[in-house]
Design a protein around this ligand. Structure first.
Ligand SMILES: Nc1ncnc2c1ncn2[C@@H]1O[C@H](COP(=O)(O)OP(=O)(O)OP(=O)(O)O)[C@@H](O)[C@H]1O
Ligand SMILES: [Mg+2]
Length: 637
């Protein structure tokens, strides 16, 4: 096993260990034999219980009612062996047959009440647990919506899925199964102890003398099983990730004929998951049979010592029967210790992951600024903006200003930072240094919802929901009418192909728009952005999959609007009419100006122009001069 790495995010230092992300509640430890171990900090379990109490405390009344039914059920459970004992002593040995009917009635009534109480209690507890788990899921999903892009960059899909499914289920098991059962067992021990003690103190103490041995084994089981559950949970999250990625990337898998490889990858993760389970089972086998041996020893002691007491006359046969009927009050909790430990530790591991997500903080903070009713005009300014996703700077000291209504184009080689510029405008990330202004206000001081309502982007990586085309287009404006949707689809040159489909705008599209061509998906995405009627419209490579004529039509349709437009493209034809063209290279703004100005500069832009329009011989500057050679920072102001 190897430590994968260590990263610092804010003031949080995190260790990554085979995909396991240690947090404030857990850590990775190097053992003497140089293996690594995931460990949970002490005191975490009480925190987990306090945390779950917050979700269930509003059901206090229901819990009280469940407790009352528990009392009924437990009382009946004890009446049954006591009545049986009385039948032996009073009816069989005492020859009082008149009591038989009374005892029989008591027996039947007890059984009926007991079963009814169990059933009603079960319904109440299931209701509490399902409601609590629903609240947890809602809270997690809400949290996910509030987190910024960097969280999704560093978190595996499968891990998020595990938190919402496997982990929440472990919480349900605790509320609906473990805790009620633990309460039952505590009642059983106390009442059973009382009844047995009144029958024979000597025999009762003798039987209880077994419990310290069980406690010792329970301690070791608990200690080791805790780690098993964390490892199992991690293995499950890695398995989920493989499946999730395989489903999303199924076309790539097929295109590269990598089915065998994918199966192997899955089998590896599956094997890992199985092994983590087997490790758990081995821990279980190491301790549980011994514990059960001690439990069974109680029966042996009871039979030998109890039988001897009956023969000596210090215990009646009826008392022996009562004792026999109550013996499970001690043996059942003893044999359930392993299961309790299992479920508590599973809860512990799962609650750890859920709480970790609940405590995540978005790096994009919506300052408590007043929402502006006036909307946004669309002036954009970058002042000394530098940005790094991780260690390397992706944008370096970028400066430019675009007035409201301008069309700005960004061009540059792949990976030069074009999409990153727009990520900063929409505040998917905040600049590492420098400031982005919209309408002369620092974007950090604009309410996030207001900002994003006024900026719409047709993204490079088009994502369509598994819904109808109409609903995909109307995603940002759910109240839009059919006419509105049709209008923007026409502007995006999408109306014709949509109307030719059998269900028109009601055609369902797959999770990633499967069934549509790349160009069709781009146009739906553009229509979706247009329907928001934004002050700032961003087109990130939105027309790359379109033919020149369609692209031209769209450009003509967009001309009329007075909104600020940012067009990212590789084609000169897409950018040449812009009011300001920015040329990025390696995160530096190396050229800026209008088409004519850039042509006159005879730099990168001119090189691309010559290349795209056929003058290959006179395209020497297609090889970019690194700005470091041009001397210092660039400024588009
Ligand atoms: N989420 C991310 N985490 C870390 N690095 C990233 C992330 N997104 C992009 N980068 C890096 O930032 C740099 C700029 O990426 P960006 O997406 O802005 O390029 P681009 O100019 O839009 O490229 P393209 O023309 O291919 O779309 C690249 O080197 C890329 O590897
Ligand atoms: Mg890009």
């Amino acid at each position: 096993m190897t430590i994968r790495g260590m990263a610092k995010a804010g003031n949080k230092e995190k260790h990554y260990f085979q995909g396991f992300e240690a947090d404030s509640d857990s850590f990775v430890q190097v053992n003497k034999n140089h293996t690594l171990q995931i460990c949970v900090k002490r005191g975490v379990f009480m925190d987990a219980l306090k945390w779950i109490w917050n979700y269930v405390k509003k059901y206090r009344l229901s819990m009280l009612i469940a407790l009352i039914f528990t009392a009924f059920f437990i009382a009946c459970a004890f009446i049954i062996p006591v009545v049986l004992g009385r039948i032996v002593d009073d009816v069989i040995y005492g020859c009082d047959t008149g009591l038989l009917f009374f005892y029989s009635f008591l027996l039947i009534a007890s059984v009926l009440i007991k079963e009814a109480a169990i059933y009603i209690r079960h319904l109440i507890i299931e209701n509490i647990s399902q409601n609590a788990v629903k609240s947890i899921r809602n809270s997690l999903y809400g949290k996910l919506q509030s987190l910024d892009c960097s969280y999704f960059n560093r978190t595996r899909k499968g891990d998020i899925m595990s938190r919402l499914t496997m982990d929440t289920d472990a919480i349900r098991v605790l509320i609906a199964g473990t805790v009620p059962s633990l309460i039952d067992q505590l009642f059983f021990i106390v009442i059973g102890f009382g009844i047995m003690f009144s029958a024979s103190p000597l025999l009762t103490w003798l039987l209880l003398s077994i419990s310290p041995f069980i406690a010792i084994f329970a301690y070791f089981l608990s200690k080791y099983i805790k780690k098993d559950f964390i490892a199992m949970r991690e293995a499950n999250s890695r398995l989920n990730t493989v499946v999730a990625e395989n489903i999303s990337g199924n076309r790539v898998v097929k295109a590269y004929a990598k089915e065998e490889y994918e199966i192997e990858k899955f089998e590896e993760r599956n094997e890992e998951y199985k092994n983590s389970f087997m490790a758990h089972i081995r821990t279980w086998i190491r301790y549980c049979p011994t514990m059960l041996f001690f439990v069974n020893l109680t029966y042996f002691i009871f039979t030998v010592v109890g039988g001897k007491l009956v023969i000596d006359g210090s215990l009646t046969v009826g008392q022996f029967t009562i004792f026999n009927g109550c013996l499970w009050c001690i043996t059942s909790p003893m044999s359930s210790v392993g299961n309790f430990i299992n479920q508590f530790q599973q809860f512990n591991a799962s609650s750890l992951k859920i709480r970790q997500l609940e405590q995540e903080q978005s790096l994009i903070v919506n300052r408590n600024v007043k929402k502006r009713d006036t909307g946004i005009n669309g002036k954009i300014q970058f002042k000394n903006v530098t940005f790094a996703y991780e260690a390397d700077r992706v944008l370096k000291n970028i400066n430019f200003t675009a007035n409201a209504g301008d069309t700005i184009a960004i061009i540059g080689p792949t990976g030069s930072g074009k999409s990153t510029v727009i990520n900063l405008i929409e505040r998917f990330y905040d600049p590492t240094f420098g400031t982005v202004y919209i309408d002369d206000i620092n974007v950090k001081n604009i309410d996030l919802a207001t900002l994003r309502q006024n900026v719409a982007s047709a993204m490079q990586d088009v994502f369509l929901f598994s819904d109808t085309i109409k609903n995909n287009i109307a995603y940002g404006a759910p109240n839009a009418t059919y006419e509105d949707v049709e209008r923007v689809a026409k502007a995006a040159n999408a109306h014709d192909f949509i109307s030719k489909m059998s269900d028109g705008y009601d055609t369902m599209v797959g999770e990633r728009g499967v069934g549509l061509s790349g160009g069709q998906r781009q146009r739906i995405s553009l229509a979706r952005a247009l329907l928001k009627n934004p002050a700032i419209l961003i087109l990130d490579d939105t027309t790359s999959a379109l033919d020149m004529e369609t692209e031209y039509n769209i450009q003509e349709n967009l001309k009329e609007s007075h909104r600020t437009k940012i067009i990212i493209a590789h084609r000169i034809s897409s950018v040449k009419n812009a009011d300001l063209i920015l040329v990025l290279n390696h995160g530096n703004l190396i050229e800026w100006g209008t088409h004519d100005e850039l042509m006159a500069q005879n730099g990168y832009y001119k090189g691309v122009f010559d290349h795209q329009f056929g003058d290959f011989d006179s395209a020497p500057s297609y090889h970019i001069n690194h700005p470091a050679n041009k001397g210092g920072s660039t400024n588009g102001n």
